[in-house]
Write a protein that binds this ligand. Structure first.
Ligand SMILES: Cc1cc2nc3c(=O)[nH]c(=O)nc-3n(C[C@H](O)[C@H](O)[C@H](O)COP(=O)(O)OP(=O)(O)OC[C@H]3O[C@@H](n4cnc5c(N)ncnc54)[C@H](O)[C@@H]3O)c2cc1C
Length: 526
C-alpha cells in the first residue's frame, strides 16, 4: 500500500519533485532514491501567516509499491440514435451534463440551444466588446456551453450537499481538463481551455446518436392537460416529446415571461446585486501574501470576504485573480458585468463581484409584475446603468475611495473592461439603501483587508446576474414541475444551481429522475 501523508511545506518544496522527495524521505526515514513516485491528492495554500505554506496530502510509492497513473475513462455511453427522445432546452453545463446522463441511461437527448456553437460565439463577443452590439441569442451568457464557456471556470461549489462533485470533476478531466482540478482546493479551468472541452462533450453526444440543434430558440412550450407535449422554436417548428429538461439559465427572461404568460407556476426568488471591483493583481497579492512581490511559485492571490452591513450580507462573488471584466448583457439597452480569467490567470488585474443579498420585499415597487418582480427590478438597474454610461456597452465606473466619499472620480484609468468606462456617481445606479450599504461595506472591507479600500480600485456597475431572479418550482423527490407533468426545471435558471459544478450535478440529477420515471438504470443510478 502506498503511504498517505499530510505535509505542510514551503512553496519551493511543493513545486519541485526532487526537493519534495527529499523532504518526504526525511519524514518517513527512507532514502529519496527509494521513493519511486509521489502523487499529490490534495493541495491548498495556507497564507494566514507571514511565511506561506502549502498543505499537501500525498501518496508515497516506494520501490516495492508499483505506481500506475489513473486514466479517467469516459462512462459507457450507449448508442441512442433510435431510443426514446427527451428534449433538453439549453446547452449550458446543466443541459450538457443532462444530455450525457440521458445517453448513459439509453435515452436520446434532443439538445436545443438558441446560441451558436462555441467557436461561432466568438464573433458575437467581439461585436459586444468592440462595436457595442448585443446579439440576443449569442453573447457571454447564451450559446454552446452557456454562461460557463467564457467564464473563469472555477469549479468549486460551496454546497457539498448538492451531489457528487468528484464525478463531475472526473468527467471534466476525461473530456480534457487538467487533472490538477482533482487536487487543488480551488480548482479552475480557464476561459481558454473551456471551449475545447465543451466541443468534445457535444461531439460525444452526437457520436452516440444524440441530436444538437444550434441557433434554435424555444419560443413556446406545448402543454395539454397539464402534460408536456414538446416545444415550438422561432423557426415555427414543433419538436415533440413528453419529457423535457428546461435548463435555460438565469438570463432567459423570455422563458420566464413565457411561463408566466402560460400560467405555468413560477415564483420570484431573491438574488444578490452590486458592483464588480477591479484592483491591480499585485496589490491583492501584497495584501494576501504579505509580500511586495509574489514571485513565480505562488498563484495570483484570490480573496474572499463577507461582512454583515445594515442587516444584510455583503460579500465577494466569483472572484477572478489575474482576470478580466466582461460585458455580459443579453439584450440591447442594458449593461451587465461579470468576470473571467484564463487558465494561467496571468492578467494584471484582479476582479470580483461585490454584492449585497436582496430580500423579496426589495421588489415591492415591481409587485405588479408578480413572479417577475425581481427580474423587472434587475432589468431596471441594468437599463439605468446603460443610460448613465452613454447608451453603449460602456460601463458606469468610479474609484472605490471616491465612491465611499460620494465624489465623482476626476479620471478613470483604463480597466480590463474592453468596451470602456464612463465616470459617474455610482450611487445613481442603485436604490438609495443599496448605495448606503455598499459605501459602508467597502469601508468595512478596508478595515479587514488593509489596502483594499483604495482609489487604485475601480468599481464597475452593475453585477446583477448572480443567480436567477425566478424559481421554477419542482417536486423535491421527482424533480418534476409541481404543475406540469414531464417538465423538469433544471440548473441555475430554475433556481437549483449557482455555478458550473452545481448546474452540471443538477443536469445529471434531472436526467436520472427521468430515467427513474421510465425505469431506466445506469451505473450512476443511486
Ligand atoms: C462571465 C461569467 C463567468 C462565470 N464564472 C464562473 C465560474 O468561474 N465558476 C462557476 O461555477 N460559475 C461561473 N459562472 C456562472 C456559471 O456560468 C453558471 O452558473 C452556469 O453556467 C449555469 O449553468 P446552466 O446550465 O444552469 O445555465 P447557463 O449556463 O446559463 O445555460 C443556459 C443555456 O440555455 C440557453 N437558452 C436560454 N434560453 C433559451 C431558449 N429559449 N431556447 C434555447 N436555448 C436557450 C442559453 O443560450 C444558454 O446556453 C460565470 C458566468 C459568467 C457569465
Amino acid at each position: 500500500m502506498p503511504q498517505e501523508l499530510l505535509l505542510q511545506v514551503s512553496p519551493e518544496i511543493a513545486a519541485n519533485e526532487l526537493l519534495l522527495k527529499d523532504y518526504i524521505g526525511k519524514q518517513i526515514k527512507v532514502s529519496p532514491k527509494e521513493i519511486q513516485h509521489v502523487s499529490i491528492l490534495k493541495r491548498s495554500i495556507d497564507a494566514r501567516q507571514k511565511t506561506i505554506k502549502i498543505n499537501l496530502k500525498v501518496s508515497v510509492y516506494s520501490n516495492n509499491e508499483p505506481f500506475q497513473e489513473t486514466k479517467f475513462q469516459l462512462p459507457e455511453y450507449k448508442n441512442v440514435a433510435t431510443a426514446q427522445e427527451v428534449i433538453v432546452v439549453g446547452a449550458g453545463p446543466a443541459g450538457l451534463f443532462a444530455a450525457l446522463q440521458l445517453i448513459e441511461l439509453g435515452l436520446k437527448p434532443v439538445l436545443i440551444e438558441r446560441g451558436k456553437d462555441v467557436r461561432g460565439r466568438r464573433r458575437d463577443l467581439k461585436a459586444i466588446n468592440v462595436d457595442h452590439v448585443v446579439n440576443e441569442d449569442s453573447n457571454y451568457c447564451f450559446g454552446e456551453g452557456g454562461a460557463g464557456t467564457y467564464s473563469d471556470g472555477k469549479l468549486y461549489t460551496r454546497s457539498k450537499k448538492r451531489g457528487d462533485v468528484t464525478r463531475i470533476l472526473e468527467l471534466f478531466v476525461a473530456y480534457g481538463a487538467t487533472p490538477d482540478i482533482l487536487v487543488d482546493a480551488h480548482p479552475h479551468i480557464g476561459t481558454n481551455k473551456l471551449p475545447q472541452i465543451i466541443q468534445d462533450i457535444r461531439e460525444k453526444i452526437i457520436e452516440c446518436g444524440g441530436q444538437v440543434l444550434f441557433e434554435t430558440r424555444v419560443t413556446d412550450i406545448l402543454v395539454k392537460n397539464n402534460e408536456v407535449q414538446g416545444v415550438v422554436t422561432q423557426k415555427g417548428e414543433s419538436i415533440l416529446a413528453n419529457k423535457m429538461i428546461l435548463a435555460t439559465g438565469h438570463s432567459a427572461r423570455d422563458i420566464f415571461e413565457l411561463l408566466d404568460r402560460k400560467k405555468i407556476f413560477i415564483e420570484a426568488k431573491s438574488f444578490a446585486l452590486g458592483v464588480r471591483a477591479e484592483h491591480p493583481q499585485s496589490l491583492i497579492d501584497s495584501i494576501q501574501y504579505s509580500c511586495d512581490y509574489r514571485g513565480e511559485l505562488l498563484p495570483p492571490a484570490p480573496y474572499s470576504i463577507v461582512k454583515q452591513v445594515g442587516g444584510r450580507g455583503m460579500y465577494s462573488f466569483c472572484m477572478c485573480p489575474g482576470g478580466v471584466i466582461a460585458p455580459c448583457a443579453t439584450s440591447p439597452g442594458e449593461v451587465v458585468t461579470n468576470g473571467w480569467s484564463p487558465s494561467k490567470r496571468d492578467q494584471a488585474t484582479a476582479n470580483s463581484g461585490i454584492v449585497i443579498e436582496l430580500k423579496l420585499e426589495d421588489f415591492k415597487p415591481y409587485a405588479k409584475f408578480g413572479a417577475l418582480a425581481g427580474m423587472e427590478f434587475q432589468k431596471s438597474i441594468e437599463q439605468k446603468a446603460w443610460h448613465l454610461a452613454g447608451e453603449t456597452q460602456k460601463v458606469p465606473a468610479q474609484r472605490m475611495l471616491d465612491f465611499t466619499k460620494n465624489k465623482v472620480s476626476a479620471t478613470i484609468p483604463k480597466t480590463s473592461y474592453v468596451p470602456g468606462t464612463t465616470s459617474v456617481e455610482m450611487g445613481q445606479v442603485f436604490p438609495g439603501f443599496l448605495t448606503q450599504i455598499l459605501r459602508e461595506g467597502f469601508s468595512e472591507f478596508g478595515k479587514s483587508m488593509k489596502g483594499y479600500l483604495t482609489n487604485e480600485a475601480i468599481l464597475h456597475a452593475p453585477e446583477s446576474r448572480t443567480s436567477s431572479p425566478v424559481r421554477i418550482p419542482r417536486d423535491p423527490f421527482t424533480y418534476e414541475h409541481l404543475q406540469i407533468k414531464g417538465l423538469y426545471p433544471c440548473g441555475e435558471g430554475a433556481g437549483y444551481a449557482g455555478g458550473i459544478i452545481s448546474a452540471a450535478i443538477d443536469g445529471e440529477k434531472c436526467a436520472l429522475m427521468i430515467g427513474e420515471s421510465l425505469n431506466k438504470k445506469t451505473s450512476n443510478t443511486k
